[in-house]
Design a binder for this molecule. Structure first.
Ligand SMILES: [Cu+2]
Length: 175
């Protein structure tokens, strides 16, 4: 997102809660449903501090920017339940990951957008090993305001990957 520092400082954010998490990219816990690892993500807006006196309204997953890190082992069956607490629709695209078309998260092409207050379950087997990411694919504006987040898939015989996620906020002075 591109905004001036003055705009960022002046943005009325009082209705948006301050993020409770201090850091993003925290490992995401899961539960088991049979042989499926079940992860839960909630998309919501938070105020996220980017400088000592500047916070931006960010579209976070589980209140984090970047969103929590999903770590799996190659071959895992996973279900990611997305709850949308934004005031606009959303969806998740699994960047670089081979998934069935219906799970690819392209709204109005592969799925109906997930409306405010709705849930959608993405379920697929992670067939690849490597570092990937997930992010909103609902319109370009949301994709740039939303946090992208890491998903790493380790080979069964390898040490678990530890992903890092790098993102930036662009603020134009005096614009
Ligand atoms: Cu992508």
């Amino acid at each position: 997102m591109t905004a001036s520092l003055e705009e960022a400082r002046a943005t009325p954010t009082s209705s948006v809660p301050l993020a409770e998490a201090e850091r993003g990219g925290q490992p995401l816990e899961y539960t088991m449903d049979g042989d499926v690892k079940v992860f839960r993500l909630t998309a919501s807006a938070v105020r996220w501090p980017i400088l000592p006196d500047v916070s931006v309204v960010a579209l976070a997953y589980n209140g984090q920017v970047p969103g929590p890190a999903i770590r799996v082992v190659q071959g895992d069956k996973i279900r990611v339940i997305l709850r949308n607490e934004l005031d606009e629709p959303t969806s998740i695209h699994w960047h670089g990951i081979e998934v069935p078309n219906a799970m690819d998260g392209v709204p109005d092409v592969m799925q109906r957008p997930v409306g405010p207050g709705e849930e959608f379950s993405y379920e697929f087997t992670v067939t690849q090993a490597g570092g990937f990411m997930y992010h909103s694919h609902y319109e370009a504006t949301q994709a740039t305001r939303a946090s992208a987040a890491p998903l790493s898939s380790s080979r069964r015989t390898a040490t678990q990957c530890r992903p890092i996620s790098i993102s930036r906020w662009c603020c134009r002075s005096g614009a």
